[in-house]
Ligand binder design. Structure first.
Ligand code: ZN
Length: 433
């Protein structure tokens, strides 16, 4: 099942149209190979003679676009070949028009050239900290600075990073030319940073930010730093091995992110009815009030539990009642525990709840909490273990519940659908322990 091929060769990675003309948005070319059948994920692999779509590499994500009207979802490099991934086959030998999703590419160019510039400024005195790797994320980028065990370089202080940001923005204002140098390479002149499978001869590209930085790179870059618009440094984060990630945004992402922040600010302004400057103070005050309220609720729930326990005690002391169940949809585990403690403190199951001890020797209390469809915790307390196990058996038969325990039974129900039926059964139940 060999793929269908035409006799034209492919322009190798290093010399493809998008690398030589990064501002080019479309290209007439020929399809030279296409897989007969889609792969397991449903993609055809299409080789074109040349392309305006950049294959993922050097930290820069792949481009998307179209071959005529067929959507290209991904472009990858295999050695020096470039492969387009489509969901429809492209006829081999056909003259095609490749069109680039320019907005996505332009964003990648801004982030990538911006990374080179930021890295260059940090590499120089007085900072002298190297970038080990970088990441172009969907919303944020970061460079990983070599502050870890391997190189132990010093991380610039937050104050220094403010100056770095000003310096990079000044270089953006200066519209410094970005020049790409090319040379053909063999194994002896291959730069270390090139991927291992980058073999078979070809072109090495070195990207220069004029008089500032020169680095091997296969990516697509802006013509001059003025096209970066602006840079904003964000937060830092510790990485593995003690390196430090410095997050940043370049170009349109700065404006977009400010737009998102303003939107959040507007919503908070509506919710809090205070201007942005007062958000922090206002939220801090709300949190204080909330924690005071929580303390009050806890105290009141404790008091309520005392009354509920006393009520349970009153009910259980009736001659004909062996089991009392209390179920509250709005309660939780903590509330059940508080009631259970109150039952213990009031000696309800030991006959201290107003009746005489003998009459309470076979008494059981069942406590349950949680919304009907969500289920929740259950606790069973009894004056003896035989009584406890008898009720637990009735409970597990009636409900979708798992639990266990001696002395005190505890479980968790998936829902309380059977709780009404259980109530009826428990009302009738006679403890025979
Ligand atoms: Zn690069």
């Amino acid at each position: 099942m060999s793929p269908i091929t035409a006799t034209t060769t492919q322009v190798p990675v290093g010399e493809i149209h998008c690398q030589q003309n990064p501002y080019s948005r479309e290209l007439q070319t020929t399809c030279i190979e296409c897989s007969e059948k889609p792969d397991k994920k449903g993609f055809y692999q299409v080789k074109l003679h040349d392309t305006v779509l950049f294959p993922e590499g050097g930290g820069q994500p792949f481009d998307t676009g179209f071959i005529d009207d067929i959507q290209v979802y991904n472009v990858q490099r295999k050695k020096l070949e470039h492969i387009h991934y489509t969901k429809q086959p492209v006829p081999v030998g056909k003259q095609v028009l490749v069109k680039l999703d320019w907005e996505r590419r332009w964003d990648h160019m801004q982030q990538h050239s911006g990374q080179h510039l930021l890295t260059a400024v940090l590499e120089q005195a007085p900072y002298s900290v190297d970038t080990g790797s970088w990441n172009l994320g969907a919303t944020k980028c970061f460079i990983e600075l070599q502050t870890g065990e391997a190189k132990k370089q010093r991380m610039p202080t937050p104050e220094e990073l403010v100056i770095v940001e000003i310096r990079v923005n000044q270089l953006i204002l200066d519209a410094v030319p970005v020049i790409v140098h090319t040379e053909s390479f063999d194994e002896s002149s291959k730069p270390e940073s090139l991927p291992d499978d980058y073999v078979g001869g070809g072109t090495i590209r070195r990207v220069e930010i004029q008089n500032l930085d020169l680095n091997p790179c296969c990516g697509t870059h802006v013509a001059h730093t003025g096209h970066l618009q602006s840079i904003k440094l964000l937060h830092t984060e510790k990485a593995r091995g003690g390196n430090t990630r410095l997050f940043f945004l370049v170009g349109q992402r700065v404006t977009d992110t400010l737009g998102t922040s303003l939107n959040v600010s507007r919503q908070l302004n509506n919710l809090l009815s205070v201007p942005q400057e007062a958000f922090v103070e206002n939220v801090a005050r709300l949190q204080q009030a909330r924690s005071a309220n929580q303390k009050t609720v806890k105290r009141l729930m404790g008091e309520l539990a005392g009354y509920v326990a006393a009520e349970i005690g009153r009910r259980i002391n009736k001659e004909d009642t062996d089991v009392v169940m209390l179920y509250r949809e709005d309660a939780d585990m903590e509330f059940l525990q508080t009631i259970q403690l109150a039952i213990r403190d009031q000696n309800i199951l030991l006959g201290g709840g107003g009746g005489d001890g003998a009459s309470n020797s076979n008494k059981v209390v069942v406590l349950a909490a949680g919304e009907k469809h969500l289920g929740g915790p259950m606790m069973i307390a009894a004056s003896n273990d035989g009584a406890l196990q008898q009720v637990a058996k009735t409970v597990t038969a009636a409900l979708d519940i798992k639990g266990g325990g001696k002395g005190r039974w505890q479980g968790k129900a998936k829902n309380w659908k059977g709780i009404d039926e259980l109530q009826k059964q428990l009302d009738q139940l006679k403890i025979n322990a």
